[in-house]
Design a protein. Structure first.
Length: 304
């Protein structure tokens, strides 16, 4: 959650009758609406550089006011870096992060808004954090647009931090492989509800259009190589036990699951649809999975 941006925004928030999640990609806004622990509506709105405000107004005007809204940003709107954790309090950390990462990102230090999550420690290695960096001026404008629709922003989060919300926490390492059309392949490894490893593999933007013959001829070999490299890094560099399960969320996930199994990748399965998202088609879930993940996480936390 980008805490500095939303601090103080929700002081007047009332109890919510349901939650909303808005996923902002580079050309679409995708809104999922939860009532009584089930997604009841999925809406999307396309926009360009000059029409984002109007698209937000059109989309958000269709929902009941004064509700809690989670905002999820696609990678087009933030940058991620990993650094050694400074020996500072949390308040001092949030103030210092823009200057800690200024040489690692292409946003002016004066315009940086940053937040972080702790990464699991590996034996005696130095503690590290995963830092998300975005444009403060852009985010403040976004917040203005949203709050003018009389919704209460509950969190603002980057897509990368949310995929673990699609599966139940387990002590066994699980690899998540997610592909949205025209985007890079997201590969993550999670364990005990924590993100251990995350990377994006290039060259798979058209994976959803591949025929079985094309998969067997080229794409499958490249995909297997990326998965194996990721598992090798997790085991050898992070000193973790082997990945036990692989879950796929992508077009043709059943076909790709079968092909991976035929080539020696055991315990591969399509990602099971969450009870929360039973009303969504597979295509809709692929499109708006970050919104589903943040709502599922929020629902789990409220139950706990």
């Amino acid at each position: 959650m980008l805490r500095k941006i939303i601090k103080g925004l929700n002081r007047k928030s009332s109890r919510s009758s349901g939650m909303l999640a808005l996923y902002i990609s580079k050309s679409d806004l995708r809104l999922v609406d939860v009532e009584t622990a089930t997604i009841t509506h999925f809406r999307s709105e396309s926009y360009d550089a000059d029409s984002m405000k109007q698209a937000l107004h059109t989309l958000l005007s269709s929902v009941t006011k004064h509700r809690k809204l989670h905002i999820v940003l696609s990678p087009d709107f933030y940058q991620l870096v990993q650094i050694d954790k400074p020996a500072l309090s949390e308040t001092e950390m949030l103030q210092a992060l823009p200057w800690q990462v200024k040489d690692l990102v292409d946003i002016s230090p004066d315009d940086i808004i940053a937040d972080y999550i702790d990464l699991p420690s590996y034996n005696s290695q130095t503690s590290k954090i995963n830092v998300v960096v975005a444009s403060s001026s852009w985010l403040k404008q976004l917040v203005q647009y949203v709050t003018s629709s009389e919704l209460h922003i509950h969190s603002i989060q980057p897509e990368e931090w949310l995929a673990m919300g699609l599966i139940a926490p387990t002590g066994q390492a699980t690899m998540l492989v997610i592909h949205q059309p025209e985007n890079e392949l997201l590969i993550q490894i999670v364990r005990d509800g924590q993100l251990y490893f995350s990377r994006r593999a290039r060259g798979f933007g058209q994976l959803h259009l591949s025929t079985e013959a094309e998969l067997r001829d080229d794409s499958l070999d490249r995909l297997q190589l990326e998965l194996q490299r990721s598992m090798d890094y997790f085991e050898s560099q992070l000193k973790q036990p082997p990945v036990r399960d692989i879950r796929l969320l992508m077009a043709q996930s059943a076909l790709i699951t079968d092909l991976l199994r035929q080539n020696g990748f055991g315990r591969v399965e399509p990602l099971a649809n969450l009870p929360l998202a039973q009303a969504l088609s597979t295509e809709q879930l692929i499109s708006c999975w970050p919104g589903v993940a943040v709502l599922n996480q929020s629902d789990s936390e409220s139950v706990a």
